[in-house]
Design a protein around this ligand. Sequence first.
Ligand SMILES: Nc1nc2c(ncn2[C@@H]2O[C@H](COP(=O)(O)OP(=O)(O)OP(=O)(O)O)[C@@H](O)[C@H]2O)c(=O)[nH]1
Ligand SMILES: [Mg+2]
Length: 480
Amino acid sequence: MPIPQERTSIKVQSERTVLAAVRLPDSNHDPRDPFGELAALAEQAGGVVVGHVEQRLERPNAGTFMGKGKLDELRTTCEKLNATLVIFDHDLSPRQIANIEEVVGRKIIDRSELILDIFASRATTNEAKLQVELAQLEYTYPRLRAMWDHLERIVGSGGIGGIGTRGPGEQQLEIDRRLAQKKRLALRHRLDEIEGRKRRMVAQRNIDHFTVGIVGYTNAGKSTLFNTLTAGGAYADDRLFATLVTRTREWDLGGGTRVMLSDTVGFVRDLPHNLVASFKATLEEATHAHLLLIVLDVSDPSAERQYATVNSTLDELFTDLRERHEREARRAGNVPDESQTFKEPRRVLLLNKIDRLEDNASLLVWQQRAKESIAICARDANDPGLAALRTLVEEASQGIERELTIRVSLSDAKTVDTLEKRARVLSRAYTASEVRLKVVIGQRLIDQLRSRGAKMIIEGEKPVLSSSARTEGWATKKPR
Ligand SMILES: Nc1nc2c(ncn2[C@@H]2O[C@H](COP(=O)(O)OP(=O)(O)OP(=O)(O)O)[C@@H](O)[C@H]2O)c(=O)[nH]1
Ligand SMILES: [Mg+2]
């Protein structure tokens, strides 16, 4: 029986690789190009794909995932093609990995491990590195352990070094387990700190600005769009997961309107659970916005599935966010009122890469399907779709506009500053304690100022007392 290579690493780099998949009745693959995405992922990780093996099954084999006969075929294929690695298009249990390795005699990696490996090679910021390290520790560690168990079984049965020899040893295993647990807690602690800071920053940004998030499947063209709109320097590249961090930049819509635009990490089908958990804060940074732009590569044959993946990932994220908001409100002893409950942002679908479509039949189908969609070419700064997008964002950022007179306490410099920046100020009149501004202002901005407790009075309106205004007595001053 071949002794499998130790899974001390899950590196894919320069390995001759065979892809393996079981097609179940509810399989989520593209029948026209069954190994397309997995091959692209394997190549992104630096593997050299030399072949593939697939099997149709009603349900996976519990012990080995593939059927026994098919595994023999997999071994022969690997021998013939001189392959050193097999990547499965599924998530496998530690036990399954060990069992498959025993038959095939090659290093076996599952889909999540492959994606983790790509993320590991792309992580450049401290936070991204910590996130990947944590996800790898949580996902890979039990699988490495299964390998030890497996070796021990061979050793125990006299396969290596004879009767009575103990393999890597229970002691080593116990030390590994404790070290891994300690490391996991330390990583989690450092990440919690970074994430806490980031969440406060995002919350503040949402108060100070109208925020727009760009999301979508990996390689859809998010960073390209971000660059075109903000003329900024986000990384856009024809690789999967080119972007691992969230970047935010000011987007000038013209006519004095500026919003904050964020670009983030791409989504992918069956994203490893641990990875989603680790990257939640990163995704949140872009999705916790007033408006979401979903970029979809309509020239990709898998566009349909990618759209479904993006929407379901967003649904999950928002369920989480809503629950956290409610928990935090309860902890603070508040019954969350209307302004505090989490509001899901409006989603606008951007049908991208239309320059690559041969005709616009599929585009018409998408346009009929999505309530709100705009066809764009993200690469082209003069694209008419991008002009339509600017108009849509501008309208969304303003809400209904009115001309109002607002009196702001001079002790609230921040509100004065925000009004100067984000509303159109027609005139200013100062007294010793306040400034009286005549402004053209959108309802959205008024709501935002109120929710952060701005010390202001809108003339002709019944004052809404915020708690801080009440305690400091500002809002109770009589209007002159
Ligand atoms: N033909 C064409 N190509 C585009 C268009 N938009 C983006 N691309 C190309 O698509 C590839 C991926 O673009 P990115 O902007 O890096 O994609 P992304 O969504 O940021 O990808 P990740 O960061 O990996 O999630 C690049 O090679 C872009 O040049 C478009 O409108 N037309
Ligand atoms: Mg990108």
